[in-house]
Write a protein that binds this ligand. Sequence first.
Ligand code: CP
Length: 321
Amino acid sequence: MTPAALQLDDRGRLRHLLTTEGLPAALLTEILDTAAQFVPVAGAPVKKVPLLRGRTVLNLFFEASTRTRTTFELAAKRLSADVLNIDAQTSSTSKGETLFDMQRTLEAMQVDMFVIRHGSSGAAHFFARHAAPGVSILNAGDGRHAHPTQALLDMYTLRLHRPDFSGLRVAIVGDLLHSRVARSDIHALRTLGCRDIRVIAPRTLMPAGIEELGVTPFTDMDRGLDGVDVVMLLRLQRERMRGTLLASPGEFHRAYGLTEERLRALGPDALIMHPGPINRGVELSGDIAYAPQSLILQQVEHGIAIRMAVMAMIIGRGETE
Ligand code: CP
């Protein structure tokens, strides 16, 4: 079964969240609308609601993370779940235990939801295929494949500033080859009605056949940026690069970095996004991350509400209905 089919139950409701690919627009919109209801929790005197009281959420991260791991943990705690964090480096997988056996072991502890980040594309799908009844899997990023909650928080942030996606011109810039964020954003943007999505990268970082996702590829940054409303920058994922894909980070910055000059050419209304972590002086210059047009910190903040929404819709359902 494909990840897209596996993640919905027989009533079309979320059972797992593995990818934005194939999720209907109505479901994406329901997640964004549910997140909007959770945003005020962050400003309440007691930052907690009881939706997941008595439930257990387990964060299982096999790759480094600052934003995703902490906002998943905060989201689960603000929903009153019990939260376990497993550092995969010191887990028994380092002694040879397989993922399958690890999953069975943790399920025996009556965990309700696994949040998993893994370097291999398909790892979350593997967990979902083998999940015990009643156990749900949330993909926190698998290899180059998908990072669905990142895309959802990106859509939430963008929708606050540009509610109608139909006339929006969006450029996604940088390391498309290794980016699970780009793939998840493209699927979500298209499903929500965006028709002008450009992807900008050097040939070495442009996946073959990417236009099949409904995007227009550019290798010239300035041509690709012409007239866009939103620039989504991507991190250069040097940890995934094999061989020489780039002359140097400095050369990449000259050809594909968002500089002050390019920011001026975009105009004051253009919006800047980046999933983080940012590489200053590579994807963007100086303090552009904190320029008035930058939504980067809003993206981080909205990650909590989006993750609360997804968890509440999957395992808090009984209490919300
Ligand atoms: N955007 C993102 O996934 O960041 P982290 O790697 O810090 O979680």
